[in-house]
Design a protein around this ligand. Structure first.
Ligand code: SAH
Length: 449
């Protein structure tokens, strides 16, 4: 019964978390948030730098968005083409890599939203930018624990990933040897496989290629990696910030302000903008529009988790290399580039066709999802002192307001029907109050009574 939904989510959480898992994998606890500036100069990344300087020599200064796209996803030399950026030995680490509890709680969210939609027969789980595949693996483990709740529903996993190297790593983690690359390079599904439990997994380069159907979308630290345009207010109006070759040092890049309006500066800055410097992730806007359209047409929900702001910040463009801050223009291709996600822009681009929830802080979301109860069970069952310390350390990293707890946010897109007040059952004349809208796990406090 839909009216019992809040209670059902609590039951899901306790069914998953009442017993400690057979094997708890402890992951590292260091993130992009706590990086210090590099001690010395970096060696330049020659081929990417050469590629960029010849491009600029041929066509003139390039928009920051083009610079970021080339540096991160150029098919030959792009940063994400390498596969060692995530984890303690790489350049940064993310919440799913810190603790498996994170992915488990998102698994519960997915099932509760599937139930909230009336339990459709088909459930596509779609992850954008799956990294090492750890989040998907933790989610799938919860889905298999709750197989009896899912009943006959057919579940499939769809991964949107540009990096061939990371897709191989994901395939290894999720399917072992049970995956195969497509024969032709331009196939929309470039790899297919299945998990040990026989659940089908498919890889795509673009969201557009994922089949339609009821889907729950996850995007963790995906939007922050998409290219942004930068704009500066000047006395002559808004101007786009571009990347140019430094005339004094021919092998170095510098920022310049375009002397006249560009198409982007004329169309992407909002009328009435009050800040003096803004970043607009037009590509992220397109992805959110696609997600919203799919949710309206096929049903489902999207959960976007990232660091960000609600249209208040100005310059957030930064680089990371070896867990340290890195100059965004130096040795391009050798470091991660990222910006804070502007949730107010994503909300605007989602439009009125879907309901937007949040952003709420990671701390609030995880606490609403029952992370404290999960911790209690794990600590009660853990006698090893160093494991207990790691457990407490990763919980602290994920939820402490001074660490990831307040910097990271959760933002949801839902079908409007999901938040509609349930109709009063016919014939029940005794009920006086209108039934309340159904709570959405994570965004609403679920009380454990
Ligand atoms: N979600 C993971 C990884 C975050 S890193 C985690 O939180 O651990 C960003 C991920 O997005 C990587 O997998 C990267 O290869 C992928 N990515 C970056 N730009 C992309 C794009 N334009 N399209 C699809 N995937 C992209």
């Amino acid at each position: 019964m839909r009216a019992c939904f809040g209670v059902k989510t609590q039951l899901l959480i306790s069914r998953v978390f009442i017993h400690p898992p057979a094997a708890v994998r402890w992951r590292a606890a260091q993130t992009r948030l706590f990086c210090s500036p590099p001690a010395g100069e970096e060696k330049p990344g020659p081929s990417m730098l050469r590629h960029l300087t010849s491009k600029i020599k041929a066509t003139g200064p390039i928009p920051v968005a083009e610079y970021m796209r080339e540096v991160l996803t150029n098919p030959v030399t792009g940063y994400y083409v390498r596969n060692n950026m995530l984890g303690p030995d790489g350049d940064f680490i993310t919440s799913p890599e810190i603790s498996q509890i994170f992915g488990e709680l998102l698994g519960v969210w997915i099932i509760s939203e599937w139930m909230g939609a009336g339990g459709p027969k088909q459930l596509q789980l779609v992850e954008l930018g799956p990294g090492k595949g750890s989040l998907a693996a933790d989610v799938l483990r919860v889905l298999s624990q709750l197989r009896s709740v899912l009943g006959e529903a057919s579940v499939s996993l769809h991964l949107v990933e540009v990096s061939p190297a990371l897709s191989r790593l994901q395939a290894q983690n999720l399917t072992g040897n049970r995956s195969q690359e497509a024969d032709a390079e331009d196939e929309p599904v470039y790899r297919r496989g299945e998990t040990a439990a026989g659940l089908p997994v498919s890889w795509y380069r673009r969201l557009d290629d994922v089949p339609t159907g009821f889907s729950i979308f996850l995007a963790h630290e995906f939007f922050d990696a998409l290219p942004i345009h930068k704009f500066q207010r000047t006395q002559k109006g808004w101007r786009e910030v571009m990347v140019d070759i430094d005339p004094e040092k021919g092998d170095q890049l510098r920022f310049v302000v375009a002397p006249s309006p560009t198409l982007a500066s004329s169309t992407l800055v909002q009328a009435g903008e009050r800040r003096d410097h803004v970043e607009v992730c037009a590509e992220g806007g397109v992805v959110v529009q696609q997600l919203a359209r799919r949710i309206v047409e096929d049903g489902g929900a999207a959960l976007i988790a990232d660091y960000g702001h609600d249209g208040t910040k100005t310059d957030t463009f930064r680089g990371f290399k070896g867990h340290e801050l890195h100059d965004v223009l130096s040795s391009p291709g050798s470091a991660d580039l990222t910006t804070d996600v502007d949730f107010s822009y994503l909300r605007r681009m989602a439009g009125g066709g879907v309901a937007c929830l949040g952003p709420v802080s990671q701390r609030t979301f995880l606490k609403n999802m029952g992370i404290d109860s999960r911790m209690q069970v794990l600590l009660r069952n853990c006698s090893d002192e160093s494991t207990r310390k790691q457990l407490i350390g990763s919980y602290d990293m994920l939820t402490n307001p001074a660490k990831m707890g307040e910097r990271f946010h959760f933002f949801g897109l839902l079908h409007h029907s999901r938040l509609a007040k349930p109709k009063k059952p016919e014939g029940l004349k005794l009920e006086k109050k209108d039934p309340a809208p159904l709570p959405v796990a994570g965004f609403t406090e679920l009380r454990f009574s």
